[in-house]
Design a protein around this ligand. Sequence first.
Ligand code: OAD
Length: 235
Amino acid sequence: MTISMNAERIVILTGAGLSAESGLGTFRDKDGLWTRYDLNEVATPEGFARNPALVHEFYNARRANMLAANPNAAHLALADLQHFAPDRVTLVTQNVDDLLERAGAREVIHMHGELTRALCASCDHRWDAPETMQPTDPCPACGAQSTRPDIVWFGEFPYQMERIEAALTNADLFVAIGTSGNVYPAAGFVQEAIFAGARTLELNLEASANTGLFHESRLGPASLVVPEWVAEIRS
Ligand code: OAD
């Protein structure tokens, strides 16, 4: 079954596989981050309360990796697609890196937060994160020493869900790129898009957990399959 190339409104959801070829680790693949770290210790509010220094160490390392990395051909292709049809393309990412922005994309919806931002756990003030953060960093607004990375942890609500839901409701085409389909609510977007009448396409290295819900699945590295798909819909 082929996807209509004339889709009016396209919602694109990206995951860790988009940035894998830029050298940033995925979470659940062999050697993925969650095979080496306990997510309960580094990606939950309870873990942060127990050991904030360990959590900062983990995200400081992620931030250092991000700063050393460069966008790959898949990020560049998605930025290109957005420039080509800015009013028709909504970019939603679960990734906390800034590689889509560095590829030239704008208004990327970071539903799981951003490594480049800091959040005060006391007053909710947000600011640009320094390269290295520590628990004693004072909040620039209230002075509390409860600085955390602006990352959505397990047990917390993803950001900008209303905007995402609105885009899904109006989508003609939903495309999931480099995500394993294990983490909700993002893993449920394909179903919501189908309810809204959209066609659905998966671009991934391996079939995701919910591959059966997609009208079409194209398997391969993002740096190949994403530029190919973008070239196809731009032609
Ligand atoms: P996962 O690590 O669960 O899945 C990565 C997906 O990318 C897998 O389906 C791989 O097959 C695929 N992949 C790997 N290399 C690829 C490549 N070169 N090209 C294309 N695809 C490739 O990552 P996510 O699905 O993004 O949340 O994980 C979702 C959330 O779980 C993350 O945002 C993070 C994590 O816990 C939080 O930390 C809140």
